[in-house]
Design a protein around this ligand. Structure first.
Ligand SMILES: Nc1ncnc2c1ncn2[C@@H]1O[C@H](COP(=O)(O)OP(=O)(O)OP(=O)(O)O)[C@@H](O)[C@H]1O
Ligand SMILES: O=P(O)(O)OC[C@H]1O[C@H](OP(=O)(O)OP(=O)(O)O)[C@H](O)[C@@H]1O
Length: 319
């Protein structure tokens, strides 16, 4: 059977084909045990252990494919979902691809707030979001199609597909609207941020259209229900991996008399596990702690008399 025909029985799952989200998507799929082999240059890969086909697409196109029910699930940036105005479900934020869509202007110029860009020229890859932002700033109603709103704006919003940060230096724009993470690109291009349009991160999105779950062959159609179960299974697995990455497991030995204070420091996600020790004046405690808090928590545990404090990474989890 050729590759395209073998897709009819499978749940389609769109993943960015390159760029900032690509590597982390692969590691997430690995963590969720979605196994597949991608052949050179092919943008479709059949999973070897689930009834899933991965489709590698540009991040910006994924919301549209999912909204139209061509694929059931996708991973992309929330910024791309908002920009495309695609009607999709944001099933699970993924805690990576975190950045901000910001209005940026030349560092040494005389513009210091977005209102000063009204009537001037702005370049971006996010024309919908930029148009909405400036429409609000100018008090223009934003209910018509985007080109009609743009016609009413004093500010000119123009599209470029990449290297947006070069637009000011090249005389194409007075300001830009672009993504910023570390700020390195903006700094190197001599720009400064003067406003944030959107905070964004990667997310799993799922289709609201029933046809996303339809399968072509009769035999496979009988398993249609399975595709809903499969969507649920994949989302739960991925959520488990994402949650696991946010936490570490902290274990320590605690003098019994200090236990109430120590449990206030590390109460655990639901509750800490407390186990007896040979020495009856002591207990062992294990508890999940947010990764970002762990150093402070260890300081506090030590202060309250905990000893043998150990911290472990968690590779997967389920609630
Ligand atoms: N610097 C960044 N830090 C974190 N996440 C980012 C960053 N830049 C982009 N992203 C996220 O990754 C998504 C895809 O952006 P990326 O620049 O990788 O696009 P791409 O598909 O490679 O397209 P192109 O390079 O042609 O613009 C963005 O929509 C955003 O959600
Ligand atoms: O704040 P930073 O950490 O420097 O990241 C910001 C840059 O990252 C993205 O571009 P990317 O490098 O993905 O390439 P692109 O310009 O081709 O989209 C974005 O468009 C910025 O240019």
């Amino acid at each position: 059977m050729d590759l395209v025909n073998s897709l009819s029985d499978r749940l389609l799952f769109a993943v960015p084909k390159k760029g900032r989200l690509y590597e982390q998507c692969l590691s997430l799929l690995h963590g969720a045990d979605v196994q597949f082999r991608r052949h050179n240059r092919l943008d479709i890969a059949l999973s070897t252990n689930l009834q899933v086909a991965l489709v590698f697409l540009p991040a910006a196109d994924i919301p549209r494919f999912v909204a139209e029910g061509r694929v059931a699930l996708g991973i992309t940036g929330v910024d791309q979902v908002k920009e495309s105005e695609a009607e999709v479900e944001i099933a699970c934020p993924l805690n990576f691809g975190k950045c901000k869509l910001q209005v940026q202007v030349p560092k040494d110029g005389n513009i210091s707030e977005p209102k000063q860009l009204i009537g001037k020229s702005v370049v971006t890859s996010f024309t919908h979001l930029a148009t909405k932002y400036f429409a609000e700033l100018e008090g223009v109603p934003c209910d018509g199609p985007i080109y009609e709103v743009q016609e009413k704006l004093k500010t000119s919003i123009k599209y470029v597909g990449g290297s947006v940060e070069a637009a000011c230096a090249l005389g194409l724009a007075d300001g830009i609207v672009d993504l910023v993470e570390s700020g390195e690109t903006m700094k190197a291009a001599g720009l400064k941020a003067i406003a944030t349009v959107l905070d964004t991160e990667a997310a799993i999105i799922s289709s609201k259209k029933p046809e996303a779950f339809l399968v072509a062959s009769e035999e496979a159609a009988a398993n249609k229900e399975d595709h809903h179960d499969l969507v649920d299974l994949i989302i739960r697995r991925i959520r488990g991996v994402v949650d696991a990455q946010k936490y570490v497991l902290c274990t320590f030995n605690a003098p019994k008399k200090m236990l109430p204070d120590l449990l206030k420091v590390t109460p655990g996600r639901r509750a800490a596990t407390v186990s007896p020790l040979e020495d009856t004046d002591w207990v062992a405690v294990s508890s999940m702690v947010l990764k970002g808090d762990i150093a402070l928590k260890m300081d506090e545990l030590e202060r309250y008399g905990a000893s043998d404090i150990l911290v472990f990474n968690i590779s997967n989890s389920r609630n």
